[in-house]
Ligand binder design. Sequence first.
Ligand code: AGP
Length: 608
Amino acid sequence: MCGIVAYIGPKDATPFLLEGLARLEYRGYDSAGVAVTGRSGGIKLRKVKGRVADLAADVPARFKGTTGIGHTRWATHGVPSDANAHPHLDNADRIAVVHNGIIENADELRAKLTAEGVVFRSETDTEVLAHLIAAHVTEGGELEDAVRAALGRVVGTYGIAVLDAEQPDRIVVARNGSPIVLGIGEKEMFVASDVSALVRYTRQVVHLEDGELATVRADGFRTFTADARTTHRQPSTVDWDIDSFDTAGYEHFLLKEIHEQPGSVERTLSGRLDERFATAHLGGLNLDARELREIRRVKILGCGSAYYAGEMGAQLIEELARIPAHSEPASEFRYRNPVIEADTLYVAVSQSGETYDTLAAVQEIKRKGGRVLGVVNTVGSAIARECDGGIYLHAGPEVSVASTKAFTSTVVAFALLALHFGRIHDLSPADGRRIVSALQALPDQIREVLDQSEAIAELAAEYAESAGMMFIGRVRGYPVAREGAQKLKEISYVHAEAYPASELKHGPLALISPELPTVALVPDDELLDKNLTTLGEIKARSGRVIAVAHRRPEEKLVDHCILVPKSEPELDPLLLNIPLQLLAYHAAVALGRDVDKPRNLAKSVTVE
Ligand code: AGP
């Protein structure tokens, strides 16, 4: 999705802007641009369709200014093109704007402005903002007042940064539904839509709230509301490791993040397991045992892989705490006027903490009096702040568009929640101890799976050219199949279908042929015999089978088998999923895909 960076200070802004935009590349984009101004006046602008590297090559040496804004665009209004790339200028080339989000009444505003004589140079909704702000600029007036007045006429979502060539000592930023973070430096200030762009320069940040604006100067900032009331915001410290933003010798961020999982799982567990009472401590829930005992249902909401992680979480909660639990796509939930119940605990899942559909679902639940916990990776993100409490994953920054370590940590966080819930309901101490030990063993067991990366790469190369792939699993295995299919399609573009193994006979068996191999989750649990029968049915139709199993099934039932270490049955899905990440990764590499930035996708989907 779109990314914003801005700088004001004593130095030349351009190097930071270009580096910051490069750091935001992982979010997905199709064009990029920068604008700078300074004491010499006027706005210098460069924008191109293509990569940040193309933009950098297009920026001349004399392109200098101490105040600047930059943007990576992911097209919504108008095709990817130089003209549609941000920043956008008003007709006097005085105001420059970068914008994330969608202006819903852009057509209406465009018509009014055109009637007033404004000439539009792009098809974007953002350009409307540049002209609107310019229309409200008054002789000797403050830029912030013009921005407030312009935003008062706008319906929609935005994170914006605005430059004024006549007031080069400030940048005005505003947030409504799209994140804006201020970074506090030494006599210099940074702005970004995502901390990853500025974490190399400062760890002191302020996240703007929805409806908040800020005037940012080299020596500080002032935050205020749309009606000009000053707000007071305390900086927080970002604790992310800067090295997380490098590939550290791996060929791709995705491979690095897959290999980071033993460590990221350790961090998710750190300080939360209680061996003595065979439970988990989750300080951020903001719910005491009495309140938790009153909960009758759990509803989990997330999008994409976060939703699938929620499906695994729902099973863990049902199995360990015996509380009915269900996961639903947040993107569907928010549009169906859901019934919000006082005795239901709602749990929002998000790596980025920015996904607009998930945020909107949380806001809808809260509007109707529901209680929401967040299972979120990004500290201080919009969803984390909107929730009543929650569990931070501490998985570290996830750069590759495809989620891997955050997915795994989310399921681990649900296991902790389910254990905590279970132990205040009727999970026995013995069962609690069984889960605690199994969680402690996970990092080493994940390492064992990762050691098979090369063998899985050979398998992936053999199957990558398939017309498609079927993923099947039963009960605990079904969300694993869904996530495995999701990973394969998003990074390799190979069509993949996930089905409950039990449903195969009810339709999809017709698809089985040598051209459509099946990845089957075959854990050594109470459903093993049923799964082996399904494999027999596939082989009887000349289907090829890759089994992911704890024990190698009979030769005649499988073509290949990836063995994973056994955990407790409730936690097996976590380990069964790891080889599927590697399978998808190596298939994408074999097919020469853009692994970390797959086509058409963005890391955080901050629009509807
Ligand atoms: C995961 O591989 C996908 N890129 C996508 O489904 C993602 O999980 C989804 O967009 C939700 O993102 P979030 O966790 O940041 O809310």
